[in-house]
Design a protein. Structure first.
Length: 255
């Protein structure tokens, strides 16, 4: 589907510094609609409002899992995290959570943090403000009702945002969150390639003095039970690689 393809490209690739400088200048002058959409998808951009990415604390790693929960793969992931005594952050799609309340409770009971990833995984940069509020509010209310804990973090689907999307999240008591380490794990069959790419990013961020906010997908917004074997295995390998030298944290440690 061309739209999805474009969204994926914007999520993953436009991270070069040169682009960010150019974008900032262009944004100040007022961008054409196409440029606006581009900037709205760019994870490193703060021109659409501030969002949590990662603090200047090399050595800290936050594993975050998007499009959760998945009835097949989230339980396996929980087993891996438990075996290493590592806590992570799960950004849940509200409609998935409603279908898997026991699994949501299991995630929270294991000490992990849950966040809001919208109700339907819509592209909120293109949605009416009333729809944005509905997507966020319904998800937070559902998660809080199921799990009995407040929802304090929001990650926009596809990283797509506008100032009012982030403002709405803040008004609902949430910190907007982006990321600084992601690869196309949702379509990559090789665990080794996922690990290799993320390791490269994590090590580079560390050299630059930053913690890593790592995205993997234990679910899919298109298919609640989607195969996520490589992503889940990659999480285990990353933990094994870094656990003796780094500290794994939830986003609660950064906000
Ligand atoms: Zn997502």
């Amino acid at each position: 589907m061309p739209l999805r393809r474009t969204l994926e490209d914007r999520m993953l690739f436009p991270l070069a510094t040169g682009i960010s400088v150019g974008l900032g200048a262009a944004a100040g002058l007022g961008l054409a609609a196409g440029g606006y959409a581009y900037a709205a998808m760019w994870p490193g951009s703060q021109i659409f409002g501030r969002a949590l990415i990662a603090p200047p604390r090399p050595g800290e790693l936050a594993l975050t899992f998007d499009d959760s929960p998945n009835p097949v793969w989230t339980p396996r992931l929980l087993d891996i995290l438990a075996s290493h005594d590592v806590r992570a952050t799960f950004f849940m799609v509200g409609s998935h959570a409603q279908a898997e309340p026991e699994l949501v409770r299991r995630v929270v009971a294991a000490g992990h943090l849950i966040g809001n990833h919208s109700w339907s995984h819509a592209n909120l940069a293109l949605a009416a403000p009333s729809r944005v509020r509905e997507e966020l509010l319904r998800t937070s209310e559902t998660l809080e009702q199921i799990a009995g804990v407040p929802v304090k973090f929001f990650r926009p689907p596809f990283g797509a945002r506008r100032p009012d999307v982030l403002r709405t999240a803040r008004r609902l008591g949430m910190v907007p969150v982006l990321w600084n380490a992601m690869t196309s794990d949702w379509k990559e069959p090789s665990t080794e390639k996922i690990v290799q790419r993320l390791t490269h990013m994590i090590d580079r961020l560390e050299r630059q003095g930053h913690a890593a906010n790592i995205v993997l997908h234990d679910g899919s917004h298109l298919d609640r039970g989607a195969h996520r074997g490589p992503s889940v295995a990659a999480a285990g390998q990353l933990i094994a690689r870094y656990k003796d030298t780094h500290r794994f944290v939830t986003l609660g440690a950064w906000s």
